[in-house]
Design a protein. Structure first.
Length: 433
């Protein structure tokens, strides 16, 4: 078979491909660094010809017209598994063009297949090789599952998309249409940690033993943790998101992946988001496996790694140990993502630890992030019965197995000193102590 001829037969212009979108089509797009810029940047141009089109996405990296203007209400709906700044902007403006999909990451895609089987999967791929294979490049959270189940598969082939290993391979015979679109892959700059975040990271670092396998999240606190692990040995990575700090630790010989119980010798992740340097590191790197999110984030898979440590951040924790990481009251901010997946997997692991980290205050020190009760309407990201470690700049509270009364004492001890007295009064008032 001449795969190049098959590729040429399936090649369309971007304009012709977008015209394949019809009324009420359910479209799923690849996520984050792999979002299909061609489709999303131009979808609004067919607004006069369609209505009721839904686009399911995750962690949008750019602002796109189809969900940022009231004139597209009823035409397009961006349903998101995880809000980012552009989607928060639309939601905060009261637009009816965005909506959140509650989920745990490991079954986000398969749940969607049950309730809203896609008419179209539109993704991004690395260029085809001589055997007819492309790769889904930097994300396989749900993408491979969509290739296998969507009625139509369209890929934007991008020469700047790294070739990756794992379960990212897609053969040209599985694809209905190809669009060639060479655009720069979105980057996430490295966030330098604040002094407060460095203090939090110091407490977390003390909890990590040599030979541990880590899941490290996104943001200043996880970045600070990575900088404080240079005295550790033989760390491994089994993580939802591959991050920049992992490369530095690998190059310094701190991450070796040798002691991992599961997939020794390999970085295991479901997607990657970082800088061009990181994308170059991942390009055709057989030491990094990007596997399906429903496998990578399955708590029962994660738990097979002994000494598994999950490090995630939160917005608010109440005095009984309920964690909210995705909203501020009723205002949705981000998403559950893989937090509960990885936290549960770590706590089930032999010698494992589930760590929730947060600054003790917000709004320039004017409010406590440790509160008597979660604000009205707050979703619970990690239930109190799952909680393990909570860490602030003032220390570590190990809550697993503690009574409500014991938890109140432990959490007040790591709250900001300015709020400890008031927290104790409120805890007494509501009968916790």
């Amino acid at each position: 078979m001449n795969w190049k001829e098959q590729y040429e037969r399936k090649l369309l212009s971007l304009e012709d491909a977008i015209r394949l979108v019809k009324n009420n089509h359910k479209i799923v797009v690849s996520m984050a660094s792999m979002e299909p810029k061609g489709l999303l940047e131009n979808l609004h141009k067919i607004a006069d010809h369609v209505e009721g089109v839904s686009v399911t996405s995750c962690l949008n990296m750019r602002e796109y017209p189809f969900f940022l203007s009231p004139k597209y209400e009823g035409k397009f709906l961006n349903e998101s598994w995880f809000y980012s700044e552009p989607v928060r902007k639309a939601a905060g403006s009261g637009l009816k063009t965005v909506s959140y999909i509650p989920n745990n990451l490991h079954n986000a895609g398969t749940d969607r297949l049950v309730s809203n089987r896609p008419d179209v999967f539109w993704g991004v791929a690395s260029p085809m090789d001589k055997n007819g294979f492309m790769t889904l490049s930097l994300s396989n959270v749900y993408e491979r599952d969509m290739v296998e189940n969507a009625s139509m598969v369209i890929l934007e082939v991008n020469v700047k998309a790294p070739k990756t290993h794992g379960e990212t391979q897609v053969h040209i015979s599985e694809v209905d249409h190809i669009v060639e679109n060479d655009f720069d892959i979105p980057e996430l700059p490295v966030v330098e940690p604040s002094e407060t975040e460095k203090h939090i990271a110091g407490h977390i670092s003390a909890l990590i033993e040599d030979g541990s396998t880590l899941q490290i999240g996104i943001g200043g606190i996880p970045n600070a943790v990575a900088k404080l692990l240079e005295d550790k040995r033989d760390l491994g990575i089994h993580t939802e998101m591959f991050t920049e700090s992992m490369i530095e630790l690998f190059e310094k010989g701190i991450i070796t992946n040798r002691k991992k119980t599961l997939w020794p010798g390999k970085f295991i992740c479901a997607f990657a988001l970082g800088t061009k340097r990181m994308y170059e590191f991942m390009d055709d790197n057989p030491g990094v496996f990007i596997l399906r999110g429903r496998y990578v984030n399955d708590p029962y898979v994660i738990a097979q790694n002994e000494k598994m440590v999950s490090i995630n951040t939160a917005i608010t924790v109440d005095l009984t140990g309920q964690v909210c990481s995705e909203a501020i009251g009723t205002r949705h901010y981000s998403g559950t993502g893989g937090q509960l997946d990885t936290h549960r997997g770590a706590t089930m692991s032999k010698g494992g630890k589930g760590i929730i980290a947060l600054r003790s205050t917000a709004k320039k020190g004017t409010i406590s992030t440790i509160v008597p009760l979660l604000p009205l309407g707050s979703p619970v990201t990690v239930p109190r019965q799952d909680i393990d470690y909570v860490v602030t700049e003032y220390g570590v509270a190990h809550l697993r197995g503690l009574s409500a009364r014991q938890r109140v004492e432990a959490l007040i001890n790591i709250a900001h000193p300015d709020f400890r007295s008031e927290l104790k009064k409120e805890a007494s008032k509501i009968g916790l102590i």
